[in-house]
Design a protein. Structure first.
Length: 132
């Protein structure tokens, strides 16, 4: 009887823990990749495609930027440029100067604080692209 109670308790704790981590967005994941990277780079451009899971894309303006578990949006940043906050999971950048660039994509909460998952993409625009 005592063993049965322990088992039931352990199961309840496991269920509670799983529920908590889901509510806190701990299961949110982000992956980002470049679409047609080489051809775009030759045109001084980059297109980023993002896959998010375990989180709902919410426009922070619609919820008064109040943080809420399970809600977030994306921040895109090229090099040290301004941060673009959006719910779009596909974004193109044009007019990249020749050389190396870093595009950072991260999951942000409704108040724009980082949620953790992020991905850095490297783009190199060939020097020859500038003389077009
Ligand atoms: Cu934001």
């Amino acid at each position: 009887m005592k063993m049965l109670q322990t088992t039931v308790l352990a199961a309840a704790v496991a269920a509670l823990t799983a529920g908590l981590s889901a509510a806190q967005g701990a299961t949110a994941t982000l992956n980002a990749s470049l679409v047609d990277a080489d051809a775009k780079a030759k045109k001084q451009a980059a297109t980023v495609k993002v896959d998010v899971a375990g989180i709902k894309m919410v426009d922070p303006a619609t919820v008064n930027e109040k943080p809420m578990a399970g809600q977030g949006h994306l921040h895109y940043q090229v090099d040290d440029g301004p941060v673009i906050a959006t719910t779009t999971t596909k974004l193109s950048f044009h007019g990249l100067k020749p050389g190396a660039h870093h595009i950072k994509v991260m999951l942000a909460a409704n108040d724009h604080s980082p949620l953790g998952p992020e991905k850095m993409l490297d783009v190199t625009v060939p020097t020859s692209a500038a003389s077009r």
